[in-house]
Design a protein around this ligand. Sequence first.
Ligand code: ZN
Length: 244
Amino acid sequence: MRFVQGGIFTASFKASGIVLRQFETGEGDRRLAVLLRERGKLLLHARGGARASGKFLAARPFVYAEFVIFDGGSFHSLSSASEIRAFKEIQGSYEKICLGLYMAELADKTAPPGENCDETLDLVIRGWRAAGLEKTSLRLIRAAFELKFTQIAGYEPNIGSCLSCGAERADFFGAHGLKCRSCRDEESVRLGSAARYAAAYILNSGAEKTFSFTLDEKAELELVKAAGLSVLCVGAAAKSARFL
Ligand SMILES: [Zn+2]
């Protein structure tokens, strides 16, 4: 669809994606940061859309939607949004909502505007689904998300031999990956064989596998600590993390 406004051609387009962040701007309007398939992150103005209702109902967190967007050249505004899939299960508990918002916040802080971020988009969608279904613990879902997210953001941790000396036996995890007992840093955490295997599984598989495994409690805790260290490399401290 193309329109002429004041003699200038502008256009509307459709794109699927999710809302990462939103805030009211007064006068009943809302600003949204959305992550769109193929197009990446975009800031939108929703005139009269302070509340997610009517034609803006699907423009809210935890919904994968198709957006109709008006491209005004120097600005983009939301014309309407229709639901493709709502992750209703995630809204059943405060902990799940916090985890889901944490995922969206990390994506928001690292996605460069206008660049294809489909891997991140798919990871957040799968993370929301996993948190909603809760087939594994929420802390394991968070850890798996953090590890995969770190990799997608370009900071893949080393999970082979010792990062410093190359020793094959490397049971400790620092900020950038595995290290042996001799080379480990002060902040390193132990990562036993089960947790190491899980980390390798996450990093060597696509996002569709990220949340498809379980661990015993000891290995789970190890992975949780390692993932927490790993995500620090991205340098995008999420405010919502304090609610987790
Ligand atoms: Zn070493």
